[in-house]
Structures are given as structure tokens and as C-alpha cells.
Design a protein around this ligand. Structure first.
Ligand code: BG6
Length: 300
């Protein structure tokens, strides 16, 4: 299995992205103008011994570690994925590739009900499509067995903040989460979001935003530095039925940055994680059925 990074270039516009087979991990997306959209830690470990710090880690079948017997954020980000044969394309509108991972090939601890002695059988495919002004990533989960399973799935985007401005709320913020129920993992508080989200001056931000009733898709505007605005839309479905999308905003700030061996001590000024996910009220995925989760990021 190849472990070398794959470059996908959209010939018509010059936009391009890099994907590591380890984790099907997108580490870089450059727009047609050559602007990098994603943050990759200068200390990221790229040899397959640890999930890559930056880019877009994939989280499934859990976000965080509700099941302690399974790795934090699940097992997709620390397994080697295969390229789907003949999946590369490059046409006028976009270029892309698909990767796949079967549960039987998962080597890292699955844990809990996903452990190797269960009857569960599943496969994930991940398609990355590069556009002149952004990109789309789509993960599909197939239940190939007979037993139903529940899951969470999340696209853990690390966005690059231009000009080291992550703590400047005027130019680094996330709009579109107003009305969402906030679960603040740092303070323990729960409240309803009523303004654009900014990174606090002195504290880690680690918050989950669950949508109000009847809001299904996530639609955000992310300011990631002066004149660097992005739109993020995300939607998901289980067996053809739409599921509400939650959002997570995370920045490790100084204290957590220093504690992470694969993150530069002061690089928290350079990034903001804005992560769409199917986290709450996700229906069981029954045997033989499929779930899909997709996001599109565009430069505004
Ligand atoms: C965020 C979580 O999405 O990911 C944080 O909300 C977590 O709690 C962060 O610290 C990074 O996780 P990890 O496992 O990549 O260090």
C-alpha cells in the first residue's frame, strides 16, 4: 500500500490539493490563485505513526472519546486508505479522487462494539473534489453487515488564519451558529449562541454547537484573517433521510499548544478548527444501508 502523498491538480484552474493515504488525510488545498486554505502544523508527524496534526482529520465512528476503548475521534484517521481504482478525474469544473477503507483492514484498536470479534462489517469511501475556488469532501459509510450500528462522523477542518490573526475577533470569526445550542467543553456551560464565534484571548476554545429544531444543513461564513473569507456548507443523510449537522469550533491556545508534541508552541495564532459533523440524534445505520456526509468550502 502506498504511503506517499497524492497531489490532485485541477488542470484548467491550477487549484490543487494534497492527500496522504494515511487517514485519507487532506493536508493542503491551494486555490487557483495559489492561496493555501488549510493549516498544517510545522511539527505534524507524517510517517503514519500518529494522526496528522492539521489539514482535515476524519472522525468516525465517534467524535472525541465517548467510548474509551476506542481511539479518540475513532479509527479512520490512523489507518491507511486505498485509492479507488479509476476514481481520479480532471475536467473543466473540477478534479478529484476517491479513497476507501474497509473495516476488515482496520489495524488500530477498534474497541467496544467495533472490536474485531464483532459481526459488524462496514466500508467508508472518501471523495475529495478540488474546485477553482475551493473544494468538496464527501464521506460515505456503508453498513455491509446485518447488524445495525450507531455512529458519529465529523470533518475536522484546520483552517489557516492569514497574518497570525486567530485571536483577533474582528478578522477571525465564525458566523452562522447564532441560535445553536452551545456545549462549552472548557467552562462546562450550556447556552444559546447569539453572536459570531471568536477565539478567546486567554483560553482554549472547545465548543460543540447543536442546531435548533428544523435546521438541517450547516451554513457558515469563516473569516480566517484579513480579506480571507470562506463559506462552509455541510449536509448529511442516513439511508436517504437528512440529518441535522452540528458544528465544533476549536483552538488549543497557548496551554494546550504547548502540551501537544506535534503542534508548534505559538501556532495557535495561525489556525481555527471549524468542524461540521453528524453528532446528535443520528439514526442507526441498518444493515445494507448507506450514510453520506459532505461539505463544500469556497473562497468568498
Ligand atoms: C476537537 C475536540 O475537535 O479536537 C477537542 O473538540 C480536541 O476536544 C481536538 O482536543 C483535537 O483532538 P486530537 O485528538 O486531534 O488531539
Amino acid at each position: 500500500m502506498s504511503s506517499s502523498p497524492i497531489t490532485i491538480k485541477h488542470t484548467k484552474s491550477g487549484a490543487e490539493c494534497t492527500i496522504f493515504p494515511y487517514g485519507a488525510h487532506v493536508t493542503s488545498v491551494k486555490s487557483a490563485e495559489g492561496k493555501e486554505l488549510l493549516f498544517l502544523s510545522k511539527d505534524a508527524i507524517l510517517d503514519g505513526s500518529k494522526a496528522i496534526r492539521g489539514g482535515i482529520p476524519l472522525c468516525f465512528p465517534q467524535f472525541g472519546q465517548p467510548d474509551k476503548s476506542m481511539p479518540q475521534h475513532g479509527f479512520l484517521r490512523n489507518n491507511y486508505w486505498k485509492e479507488v481504482e479509476n476514481s481520479r478525474f480532471d475536467n473543466d469544473e473540477s478534479a478529484g479522487i476517491s479513497m476507501e477503507l474497509s473495516l476488515k483492514d482496520v489495524v488500530n484498536s477498534r474497541g467496544g462494539k467495533w472490536d474485531t470479534d464483532t459481526k459488524l462489517d462496514a466500508k467508508c469511501t472518501y471523495t475529495v473534489k478540488i474546485l477553482p475556488d475551493g473544494f468538496t469532501t464527501t464521506i460515505c459509510m456503508y453498513n455491509l453487515g446485518e447488524e445495525s450500528f450507531n455512529f458519529q462522523v465529523l470533518l475536522h477542518n484546520y483552517f489557516l488564519v492569514q497574518g497570525r490573526m486567530a485571536l483577533n475577533g474582528d478578522v477571525c470569526n465564525v458566523k452562522g451558529l447564532e441560535g445553536y445550542a452551545v456545549d462549552d467543553k472548557v467552562s462546562g456551560e450550556k447556552y444559546v449562541c447569539d453572536k459570531p464565534v471568536t477565539v478567546p484571548q486567554k483560553l482554549i476554545i472547545d465548543r460543540v454547537y447543536d442546531p435548533p429544531k428544523e435546521t438541517i444543513d450547516l451554513n457558515l461564513t469563516i473569516s480566517a484573517g484579513k480579506s480571507n473569507n470562506l463559506s462552509l456548507t455541510a449536509s448529511g443523510e442516513v439511508d436517504g433521510k437528512p440529518v441535522s449537522v452540528s458544528g465544533v469550533v476549536w483552538n488549543p491556545h497557548e496551554q494546550k499548544a504547548q502540551a501537544m508534541g506535534d503542534f508548534g508552541d505559538d501556532q495557535y495564532h495561525d489556525m481555527i478548527c471549524c468542524e461540521p459533523g453528524l453528532l446528535k440524534g443520528v439514526p442507526l445505520l441498518e444493515g445494507g444501508k448507506q450514510a453520506t456526509f459532505t461539505q463544500t468550502i469556497k473562497c468568498l
